[in-house]
Design a protein around this ligand. Structure first.
Ligand code: AMP
Ligand code: MN
Ligand code: MN
Length: 323
């Protein structure tokens, strides 16, 4: 897919809304804010807004974070709607704004979002992050430290600090260009990625204690239900990173972490190390993602969910062994 020029695509627009997926992660927040800061600078008279669910407070270090509109109060239709890091069905409340917009742009890196859902699409599954793609589509003459920092945060989060297999030489070259802007990157990495509150660590500990290995130790699963979240007065954003901790247990190929989002309803996170394509597994259950990191929402008890998922993982493992 050919690259686009974001500024050109927005030319003449009076109203622009930028949005990303529900339960926004670092890449979603980073790419939305980078696009926002960039367009605001290049088109100062346009009315530009970021509409996403309330992100974790650690992202408060990004400029204009406090201007994020989580009430989705937009007078539709807007001239341009930019959907980042997802396709339209994961926009949540912003999907309505997308449907009514005069022009839509979709920038994403999910392999499950094959063709893109906008009038204009830039979807590159091999890219580390949507933030990396935002950097691609920007006219670098507008770059500054605040924009660079937002892009950097997005890349750091989706690559697990440049360590997942989605990190490419290009990712690192872009990161090198970004840190030239002089922001305090070691603090950003610590404060937005590694640092966990006491409560977050306690829930992590519990999830690890209660985890179960299966398929000869090649898979591991753990979950947190609503009563545990209530007990710790925690929210789903406090669960970020648990699945990654499960994945790095010796011998594990596939890690599954789930938390309750409703009665008999779970948000499922899947990660793999070398050969299981978790995007395929998640897509089978109506979700999506990437080869090594994917997610979906499933109905049933914890045991129903794990039975169904493990069936799909087992199928791939058998194919892998017989290959
Ligand atoms: P998570 O496990 O929620 O951290 O998600 C892992 C990756 O899969 C991220 O890139 C998500 O954006 C993506 N993902 C999670 N849930 C879904 C879904 N329901 N549909 C498509 N992609 C998803
Ligand atoms: Mn994301
Ligand atoms: Mn992403």
């Amino acid at each position: 897919m050919e690259s686009i020029n974001l500024l050109k695509e927005c030319e003449g627009a009076q109203s622009i809304v930028i949005s990303g997926h529900v339960r926004p992660d670092g890449d979603c927040v980073g790419s939305c804010m980078a696009a926002y800061l960039y367009l605001k600078k290049a088109m100062p008279s346009a009315d530009i807004k970021v509409c996403i669910e309330k992100p974790a407070s650690v992202f408060g270090c990004i400029k204009d974070f406090e201007l994020i509109d989580s009430s989705f109060s937009v007078e539709a239709p807007v001239d341009v709607m930019i959907a980042l890091d997802c396709e339209k069905s994961r926009l949540g409340e912003a999907e309505e704004i997308f449907k009514l917009a005069k022009k839509t742009i979709n920038i994403d890196h999910h392999i499950s979002n094959e063709h893109g859902c906008g009038d204009i699409n830039y979807v590159i599954p091999s890219a580390s992050s949507t933030s990396e793609l935002i950097y691609d589509v920007m006219d670098k003459s507008y770059m500054d430290m605040d924009i660079a920092k937002a892009v950097y945060i997005g890349i750091v989060h989706d690559t697990g600090v440049f360590k997942y297999s989605n990190t490419s030489p290009k990712t690192l070259r872009i990161a090198a260009e970004l840190i030239e802007y002089g922001f305090d990157f070691p603090s950003i990495i610590d404060e937005t990625f590694y640092e966990k509150t006491f409560v977050q660590n306690q829930i992590l500990g519990r999830a690890l204690l209660e985890s179960i290995m299966f398929m000869d130790g090649k898979c591991i699963v753990s979950y947190v239900n609503q009563s545990t979240l209530d007990f710790y007065n925690a929210t789903p954003t406090d669960l970020e990173g648990i699945v990654n901790q499960l994945r790095i247990i010796k011998g594990v190929e596939c890690a599954i972490f789930m938390y309750q989002v409703g009665n008999l309803e779970y948000k499922v996170s899947l990660r793999s190390c070398k050969y299981v394509d978790v995007s395929k597994v998640a897509s089978y259950f109506g979700g999506g993602g990437h080869v090594r990191a994917a997610g979906c929402t499933m109905n049933g008890t914890f045991h129903d969910v794990i039975n169904n998922i493990s069936g799909q993982i087992e199928k791939q493992m058998k194919e892998y062994v017989t290959e």
